[in-house]
Design a protein. Structure first.
Length: 268
């Protein structure tokens, strides 16, 4: 038995239908499902005509070109094409439509990568006692550690690592040095699992989220010391430090953000 395919609308009638749909729905519906805003340029049949879909308004949707290509390939059961190098052989990469959703996925992957760099999930409990000293900016963490650390102890602090690596003040170092400094800090934290050279370790970090502090303690097998002077005292100290010039407002905002996540500490 011969298959019956719906006759496709073409010509001026199709152009009128397209114009009417784009006027009502100017944005790509697939992108909007992921909270991404992009202009629609293609009119798509939700159920393809070749699979029994109708050429009617309730079976039409507006898509951007990359989303339309992705959907069409899925409708046809096609896989992304491999990238062919100059030598004529596949490079191992895949040609994928790089539209808004692709960029969203890429940003998501980059964010996950940074979050793993910021707080690595592969840490093992420390061989030596570890104290995590937390609190808002200018909460007195560094002086407190200097007062309590012994000569055979190791102190791990991101700001110091960044200054040592870049030779710059922390607020001038930039994202390049931040990533490198986080990687070095994580190397030092991982080394605690087999440390035989030091008696104790002190890990200085703001860690505004109480759940994050607990997770750090669990992963490193550490205890927590929380130094949390009131916000107005933190602001006073930040304004009093000359090396914060040009960076003061960011420091004050960081202190406010820290306390916004720790309001329960103010309760009697």
């Amino acid at each position: 038995m011969a298959s019956c395919t719906v006759k496709r609308i073409r010509g001026r009638k199709l152009q009128a239908i397209r114009a009417e749909h784009f006027s009502r729905n100017p944005l790509c519906v697939m992108c909007l499902e992921h909270d991404v805003v992009s202009v629609a340029t293609e009119l798509d049949h939700i159920v393809p005509l070749s699979k029994g879909g109708t050429d009617t308004d309730d079976n039409r949707q507006c898509l951007c070109a990359p989303c339309h290509e992705i959907k069409t390939m899925a409708d046809l059961g096609l896989k992304p094409r491999p990238v062919i190098g100059l030598d004529g052989f596949p490079t191992g990469e895949i040609n994928r439509p790089r539209g808004p959703l692709w960029r969203l996925a890429e940003r998501g992957a980059q964010e996950l990568e940074f979050q793993e760099l910021r707080m690595p999930s592969d840490l093992l409990p420390s061989r030596i006692p570890v104290t995590i000293v937390c609190g808002p900016p200018n909460g007195g963490k560094h002086p407190w550690v200097l007062e309590h650390a012994g000569v055979n102890d190791v102190v791990i602090e991101l700001d110091k690592i960044m200054r040592d690596l870049s030779g710059l003040p922390v607020h001038e170092a930039g994202r390049k040095w931040l990533d490198q400094s986080l990687a070095e800090r994580n190397r030092q934290l991982r080394a605690l699992a087999t440390d035989t050279k030091h008696e104790r370790a002190w890990f200085i970090i703001n860690a505004p989220d109480p759940k994050e502090r607990a997770l750090w303690a669990e992963r490193l097998g550490a205890t927590i010391v929380l130094l949390a002077p009131p916000l107005d005292e933190c602001v006073r100290r930040i304004n009093a430090e000359p090396y914060h010039e040009g960076y003061t407002e960011r420091m004050i905002q960081a202190a406010k953000d820290w306390w916004a996540k720790n309001v329960n500490l103010l309760r009697p």
